[in-house]
Design a protein around this ligand. Structure first.
Ligand code: GLC
Ligand code: GLC
Length: 808
């Protein structure tokens, strides 16, 4: 069942019922100011950091679901309703929500009034703009009242939710004309404020929640809206809100537009210690002037649309499979950009107060956005590398505002260092910017300990080389990619957290997945060395890669598939000998992606085993059989109920590894089948089962052991976005950056006969036409009519257009 449809022309998903199985959200913002907005107007805003500079309040885990947001109420002769249905839930005569790229427009009609809200964050400015259109679609005049509503957050979202003894006394506001200022200070900070204005005279306002909503009232029907009045309240402590009241008169057929702006401003530093709390209103005034008329707002929306068109134009395809095309051209790339902006911080499943920027997560996300925003990817690489330790290890996470490593989580995830090579290698292949390797980058953010980025990569690789276990396989540390496979936590006491206590290191527990990564990224590092003329280092690296490769064949092959790991007692994990958890997906994907076992015929066998044991109609589960009991020697993974998350859920993130691996052994049909099963445009039809947004990937879908098999969770912020984009765009469609130029190497299913693509690469446009001929698998590539050797189109400095045809 569907709850909407795609409009590819407008690049929108249109939702036609407000009570979707879960809130279906969108993200507004592209630089500093961000908002989450659901299809019914729920959500919140923050500036730069979802934890430290939260503008509006949101209650996670709320009942009714998703009932706080940036709302408008209409009181039309006693009928109280919201254009987005929430929070009054008054049934609407018609409803529609369009989530577009960086904007959302929702509208509702009730008793002859149509109200529509277009919400977006303009490209450069720290504010959210709402264009509210009100139209009388009846034959008689209409008089009604419009209320706006936001509830302010006292900046630090964590403190806001917990520290009531203090923060019920700190709230401060100011009202000037139609602008409500929220100027509560956060402890010693006296240099910022939020403001909420409208471009019209108001008839009343409220800034104190109890006055507006009622002490025992609710958002569903605020007492002031019921009374058709305002308290003109000035919050002093308690819970500051912003609500404007406007009396509206509309002649038959008349339409009025209002513009509401919610913004963030910083006071100049010298005001820091001034008391009483006097704010400098200049920054807010200039923004309110800038978004005052419909024409100004429409222009800003147009600029936003152009920005997105430009971003997406770097990779676009045209083919008869319109579902795949829509993901490649629009939604998959869009989600990749959202992971760039948010990392793992704020979604409807990530509270914005917990996880910040992940070292491994951000390096992988980069694979999905580097072609759109190479300069910002470059900055991101430097930020990430700056948190690395001198021994090559890394903080697992860092805070976006301070860019400092997160001490609470610490380090010890032994896959982390290798992801830096993955990210940097992708960046160089995309841009040809070899100079980045010469950048001086600190270790642990300590400028006195700076070395070239190349040295950082060297230490990343060195970390694995110096952390090998008894079988010559990499030691796992606290965990590898699978955060919950905690093989060194056997001494953890009940009640202690798996990841933060217990020995993080151990001399024995080894990961076959990291071995696969080492082989894959070690080879890429060796190529980088060779390109830099470091032949000796290239040879040495290749020798280390070969040793690990051989260790995998010798001790990491289980007979029908790759073993997952050895635990701290040297016992096999992910082996046919185990009672549960006999086979895991990760090493099958990563070892084959590293090329391990392709010549020996093991790769094919491993991937066949995946199909035999791990397949479901909704994607490939992470392991089988699910763990039914808790095992101290395996850690958090066995704490999940069977079929969920890392315990045999369909962890979408590693499905594309199988897709890529399948293309490496030339099986286009199977590769595409794996791609299609988790692809949102394809699973849209089962939205009632999946429940999450049908335009983006979710982190996890319940596996076959779960009661609710096929139900998805944790949409938006997942490495799935980047990896599926890599799998479809670079491997199935086969257009991927190489070190010397663009590679064209498709591995298509029978269902895709031909396609064309435009790829912008290193300043040139590549017009690529892929046709299927009858001459088997000989691939002939013509560049501007001339046949080339191999599949990498040599890059020519200054050349702006390449016309490429390939006959499969
Ligand atoms: C989460 C984490 C990611 C990890 C994965 C598997 O998605 O963000 O870093 O690799 O879970 O545990
Ligand atoms: C928990 C989650 C896992 C995630 C990790 C991040 O272990 O189950 O999916 O990767 O937290 O820290």
């Amino acid at each position: 069942m569907k709850f909407g449809y795609f409009d590819d022309q407008e690049k929108e998903y249109i939702i036609n019922t407000p009570d979707t199985p879960l809130p279906w959200i969108n993200y507004l913002g592209s630089e500093n100011f961000f908002s989450l907005i659901s299809n019914t107007g729920g959500g919140y805003s923050f500036y730069k950091d979802a934890k430290l500079l939260r503008l509006t309040r949101y209650r996670y885990n709320n009942v009714p679901l998703d009932s706080n947001g940036h709302y408008y109420y209409i009181n039309d002769n006693g009928t109280i309703w919201n254009p987005g249905w929430q929070p009054s839930q008054t049934p609407l005569d018609s409803y529609e929500c369009r989530h577009g790229l960086g904007y959302t427009r929702y509208s509702g009609t009730k008793n002859g009034i149509n109200a529509s809200v277009t919400a977006f964050v303009p490209l450069q400015d720290p504010c959210e703009v709402h264009k509210v259109s009100l139209e009388n679609i009846t034959d008689s005049p209409k008089d009604f009242t419009l209320y706006s509503y936001v509830e302010f957050c006292l900046w630090n979202a964590m403190d806001d939710m917990t520290n009531f003894q203090r923060n019920l006394s700190t709230g401060e506001v100011e009202v000037e004309d139609s602008v409500i200022y929220h100027k509560t200070e956060y402890r010693e900070r006296r240099n910022h404020y939020a403001y909420y204005g409208v471009n019209a005279e108001i008839n009343g306002f409220d800034t104190d929640r109890n006055t507006f909503v009622g002490t025992y009232g609710s958002n569903q029907e605020p007492v002031m809206v019921g009374k058709n009045s305002s308290g003109n309240s000035m919050a002093s402590g308690w819970s500051p809100i912003g609500s404007h009241r406007l009396s509206i008169h509309l002649e038959p057929g008349e339409k009025k537009e209002l513009i509401f702006v919610l913004g963030y401003a910083e006071n100049p530093d010298e005001k820091k210690w001034s008391a009483p709390n006097v704010i400098n209103k200049e920054p807010s005034r200039s923004i309110l002037e800038k978004y005052k008329t419909t024409a100004q707002v429409d222009e800003a929306i147009l600029a936003l649309k152009k920005y997105w068109e430009q971003l997406l134009s770097n990779y676009s395809v045209s083919m008869s499979d319109h579902k795949t095309a829509r993901m490649v051209n629009i939604w998959n790339q869009y989600q990749c950009m959202v992971t760039f902006n948010m990392s793992r911080s704020a979604s409807y499943y990530e509270s914005g107060t917990g996880r910040g920027m992940g070292f491994r997560d951000s390096c992988q996300d980069l694979l999905g956005f580097v072609h759109m925003i190479p300069e910002r990817a470059r900055e991101r690489i430097i930020d990430i590398a700056s948190t690395q330790f001198e021994d090559g290890g890394a903080y697992h996470q860092y805070q976006p505002l301070t860019k400092k490593g997160n001490l609470d989580i610490g380090s010890g995830f032994n896959d982390d260092p290798l992801w830096l090579i993955a990210g940097v290698s992708a960046y160089i292949r995309e841009t040809g910017d070899w100079d980045i390797l010469k950048e001086s980058v600190p270790f642990d953010n300590d400028e006195t300990k700076s070395q070239s980025l190349m040295e950082h990569l060297r230490r990343s690789l060195g970390f694995t080389k110096t952390h090998l276990g008894p079988h010559g396989l990499p030691l796992i540390g606290r965990a590898d990619w699978n955060d919950c496979l905690n093989l060194n936590c056997f001494s953890t006491e009940p009640g202690e957290s798996f990841q933060t206590t217990g020995p993080s290191e151990g001399p024995v527990a080894e990961s076959v997945m990291i071995a696969g990564m080492f082989v894959k990224y070690g080879k890429e590092y060796a190529t980088i060395c060779r390109m830099l003329g470091l032949d000796q280092e290239a040879l040495e690296t290749e020798a280390s890669v070969k040793e690990v490769y051989e260790a995998v064949i010798k001790s990491g092959w289980d007979g029908n598939w790759f073993l997952r790991a050895y635990d701290a007692f040297g016992v096999k994990v992910g082996s046919g000998e185990c009672e549960e958890g006999k086979i895991f997906i990760e090493p099958q994907g990563f070892c084959v992606m590293g090329g391990i076992g392709i010549e020996e015929g093991l790769a094919k066998q491993a991937l066949d085993s995946v199909e035999e044991h791990l397949d479901t109609p909704y994607g490939i589960v992470i392991l089988q059989p699910a763990y039914s009991t808790y095992h101290k020697n395996l850690g958090e993974i066995t704490s999940y109920p069977p079929g969920y998350k890392e315990n045999a859920g369909i962890f979408c993130h590693n499905n594309p590894w199988i897709t890529i691996a399948e293309t490496m052994i030339g099986r286009g049909n199977r590769a595409f089948e794996v791609y299609r099963r988790t692809c949102p445009a394809y699973t849209e039809e089962i939205s009632e089962l999946h429940k999450t947004e049908p335009y983006v990937y979710s982190q996890m879908i319940a596996g076959k052991d779960a009661k609710n098999m096929g139900e998805a969770k944790n949409s938006w912020l997942t490495g799935t976005a980047a990896w599926t984009f890599v799998s479809i765009s670079q491997y199935i469609l086969g257009i991927r950056p190489g070190f010397h130029g663009l590679i064209v190497d498709p591995c298509l299913p029978d269902s895709i006969g031909e396609f064309s693509a435009v790829r912008k690469f290193r300043g040139a446009d590549y017009h690529i036409q892929v046709n299927k001929g009858l001459d088997g698998d000989t691939k002939a590539i013509l560049v501007d009519g001339i046949k080339i050797e191999g599949n990498e189109i040599p890059y020519e400095e200054g050349k702006k257009e390449y016309h490429v045809t390939i006959m499969l």
